[in-house]
Structures are given as C-alpha cells and as structure tokens.
Design a protein around this ligand. Structure first.
Ligand code: NDP
Length: 248
C-alpha cells in the first residue's frame, strides 16, 4: 500500500547528526520535506550549525543532546523531538557510531563494549522506541547506518565489524517482523567516506577501492533519502552498499 501524502504527518530523527554522514543525512531529509531532530552527544555548536543551515534553506530542524548509549536516551529524545514538532517520529536514522580500533589479541573490554553499546545496542533501543508510533501510524522508515566492515573483514576492527554485522542482522529480522504494518527497516553499508572518523586512515588504502576515491557524506545521505522516501515503500530488510565497489 502506498501512503497518500509524503512525508507523512511525522518528523524525522537522526542520531549523531552533528557531523559527517549524520549531518548530511539531516540536511537531505530536511530538503525532502521532513522536520528533523538532530541528535548529538557533545558538540552542541556543530549540531546548532546543522540546524541553522537547514533553517537557512527553508527547512525545519531541532538539535537535541543525548548520549545514545544511555538506556533512558530513546524515551527522552523522542519525547523532546515530538514535543518540539508536535508530531511523532516516523523516520529514524540510527547513524551515531564510533570506532575503537585494535587487533583482537590486544582489544580491551572497554574498546569492545564502547563500540557494541554505541553502534549496536543503541540502534536496537532507538528502533524499539520508534516502532511504537510507527506501528500505530501504519507507516514509518528506519535506516541503520552499518558499514562494509559488517559484510567483510577488516583487520583491527573486530569490535566494529561485529557491531555492524549485528546491526545488519538486527535490521533484517526487525524488518520482517513489522513489514505488514507498512514500516520499512533497511541498512546502508558505506565504505570509505570522508569524515572525521576516517581522517587518520592511510590514503594508500584507497587503491583497494575500485572507484579510486573516498565517498562523500552527501553520497551516503542521498541513498538514505531514497530509503526514507515514498518510492522505497516496498524495500525492506535490504542492505544498500555505498562503497565505490569495495565490497563487490
Ligand atoms: P563522525 O565521527 O564524523 O561523526 C559521528 C557522529 O556520531 C557525531 O555526530 C557524534 O556526535 C555522534 N556520536 C558518537 N557517539 C555518540 C553517542 N554516544 N551519542 C550520540 N551521538 C554520538 O562519524 P561518521 O560520520 O564517519 O560516521 C557516521 C556513521 O557512519 C557511523 O555509524 C559510522 O560507523 C558509519 N560509517 C562511517 C564510515 C566512514 O568511512 N566514515 C564508513 C562506514 C560506516 P558528537 O560530535 O556530539 O560526538
């Protein structure tokens, strides 16, 4: 069933929307007509700059601070965003993510737990929170930002790879659980994208990318925009790689 009007009577929430890929996604969704909650952890100036840019372009946005690993964050964040815009969150992008690279023999419990908590458990909790209103509304879009490292191994990233592989399988499973309610849940798996997260990566590694260049946050955001669009209403449980051919 296709929805009558789009965006529906709801707003969007992007976790980790203050920088990098998340900031590009927030701008994309705002340009597509969504009022967007821009979550961030610590950099309020960066989040407010994203909001200002969206508003300058005629869109609507609202910055909301929360550490996504806090078990109370989903409820408080949704409440704040929904109160601000006066409508439920009907598009959620679980983008907040960190890396703590180390080879497995040396990987500490802290490095393991921080990455699993942020990249996997938080996305589960935010998805669980989002599904309440989406299932009631019988429409909704959830996009989880995974990684090509969740599909193929990358030395030094066993914690990150495990979290992203887990996120992909969570995406697929939750997607089939709610598909009949008009809610879609998909994953985007970026390869090497130019952000703060990859600033220190050895540029020689780009030789392994068939496109011979890094991707941009906007290129990832465009794909997220598609998955959140009305046109993608029959796409669910999918993993869209955005990696210049790296995982092909
Ligand atoms: P950045 O490091 O540039 O930005 C990370 C964002 O996540 C920031 O907005 C940061 O907020 C936020 N964040 C981190 N931890 C938390 C937390 N606990 N609570 C709330 N917000 C948090 O990362 P990227 O833009 O590169 O990555 C975005 C997503 O894309 C991640 O999930 C990452 O794993 C994934 N990805 C990135 C790739 C790349 O090449 N860059 C490749 C594949 C996947 P603040 O600034 O306030 O700390």
């Amino acid at each position: 069933m296709s929805e009558a009007s789009w965006p529906p009577a709801g707003c969007a929430l992007v976790t980790g929307g203050s920088r990098g890929i998340g900031a590009a996604i927030a701008k994309q969704l705002a340009a597509d007509g969504w009022a967007v909650g821009v979550n961030y952890r610590s950099e309020s100036a960066a989040a407010e700059a994203v909001v200002a840019e969206i508003e300058a372009a005629g869109g609507r946005a609202f910055a909301i601070a929360a550490d996504v690993t806090d078990p109370a964050a989903p409820a408080s964040t949704f409440e704040a965003v929904e109160q601000h815009f006066g409508v439920p969150v009907l598009a959620l992008v679980n983008n907040a993510g960190i890396s703590r690279d180390n080879l497995s023999p040396s990987l500490t419990d802290d490095e393991w737990n921080a990455v699993i908590d942020t990249n996997l458990t938080a996305a589960f909790r935010f998805t669980r929170q989002a599904l309440k209103a989406m299932m009631r509304a019988r429409t909704g879009r959830i996009v989880n930002i995974a990684s090509v490292v969740g599909l193929r191994a990358n030395a030094g990233q066993s914690n990150y790879g495990a979290a992203k592989a887990g996120l992909i399988q969570f995406t697929r499973t939750a997607a089939i659980e709610v598909a009949r309610r008009g809610v879609t849940i998909n994953a985007v798996a970026p390869g090497w994208i130019e952000t703060d997260m990859t600033a220190d990566v050895n540029k020689d590694l780009l030789d392994a990318v068939p496109a011979r260049r890094a991707g941009t946050p906007a290129e990832v955001a465009a794909c997220v925009g598609f998955l959140v669009s009305q046109q993608a209403s029959y796409v669910t449980g999918a993993v869209l790689t955005v990696d210049g051919g790296l995982g092909a």
